[in-house]
Design a protein around this ligand. Structure first.
Ligand code: NDP
Length: 281
């Protein structure tokens, strides 16, 4: 396993995404738990979940796996709905998440996306939860540059540890200013949906990817994941409910690109040349 510095900690080069896990029948849920266990047993030390995922089913599944591991060896991220972003509702949501996760703290608690509650109120509620020890740190998700700047100008806004946005080869917008800004402000970045989520709706796989994967003797998914983590400066959180796919994703960590290969991919999936609007799923 390779490790990066993320959230000021030694963190595996990929984390475990969990959207849609725990929503199937018992056999499927068992297979999904095996996939997570395989990842944790092979060095992954971060799991990403949310109260939204299956309305708690994902958190419950993660809790069932995590109880067999040393809690302090893992970083656990969960997220609350924007309509739960007031101090009172944050506390209620957090306690329900902790119960499902069978733990007494989260490493990171994120505002899932921006809603109507003023950010200052949300920060106040999150800081209270840090004081109680129920969360170690907090962050945000689906924030664009203007949101991040606004946040950091508020009282305690600089305590925001991470921002989690969409990032894959077909959605490179964050490279333009969000990623550089976060590096400058010591805020870690999580890129979600390295494969473009489910199916091709969010990511157009062009022939160059298939040809390059074939030439490198790896799968298309391995190429996509290896590309996202190529600079060792952000965390990607692929989701899989299959041990075989988890093995493949772990192996992708060792895939390297030549300068020529990266240039060729840039040609078909260009870097942003101006500030794009934030893409989300
Ligand atoms: P991903 O881009 O991770 O793609 C998941 C899909 O890829 C699944 O269909 C999975 O199927 C398949 N897959 C995974 N590995 C392989 C492989 N090696 N070979 C072939 N297929 C594979 O999508 P997500 O949208 O789930 O994103 C990842 C995580 O990011 C989420 O689970 C969630 O934790 C987070 N997220 C956060 C958001 C936010 O707003 N903050 C929004 C969206 C996602 P299978 O299970 O069969 O392997």
């Amino acid at each position: 396993m390779k490790y990066i510095t993320f959230n000021h900690q030694n963190t595996s080069a990929i984390g475990i995404g969990t959207w849609h896990l725990g929503e199937g029948n018992q056999a499927q849920t068992e297979a999904e738990m095996q996939a997570i266990r395989y990842g944790l047993d092979h060095g992954i030390n971060l799991i990403d979940t949310a109260e939204m995922y299956g309305e708690g089913l994902s958190e419950s599944l993660v809790g069932n796996v995590m109880k067999d591991y040393h809690r302090e060896d893992l970083q656990l991220i969960s997220k609350f709905y924007p309509f739960h972003a007031t101090p009172e509702l944050i506390k209620t949501s957090l306690k329900a998440s902790l119960k499902r996760l069978q733990t007494d703290y989260l490493d990171l608690y994120l505002l899932h996306w921006r809603g109507d509650t003023p950010l200052s109120e949300t920060i106040f509620g999150l800081e209270q939860m840090v004081q109680t020890g129920l969360i170690k740190n907090w962050g945000v998700s689906n924030f664009d540059l203007a949101d991040l700047k606004e946040l950091s100008n508020l009282e305690n806004g600089q305590n925001c540890r991470i921002n989690e946005d969409l990032y894959n080869i077909g959605s490179r917008g964050i490279e333009y200013s969000i990623l550089p800004w976060q590096k400058q402000h010591d805020m870690s970045f999580v890129g979600y949906s390295p494969f473009g989520s489910d199916g091709s709706e969010y990511l157009n796989i062009k022939p160059v990817i298939k040809e390059m994967a074939q030439a490198k003797n790896i799968s298309v998914h391995q190429l996509l994941l290896a590309w996202v983590i190529r600079n060792h400066d952000l965390l990607s959180i692929p989701k899989t409910g299959s041990v075989t796919h988890m093995q493949s994703n772990l192996a992708a960590i060792d895939v390297q690109f030549t300068e020529d290969e990266l240039r060729l991919l840039d040609k078909y999936y260009p870097k942003p040349t101006q500030e794009p609007s934030l893409e989300t799923i």
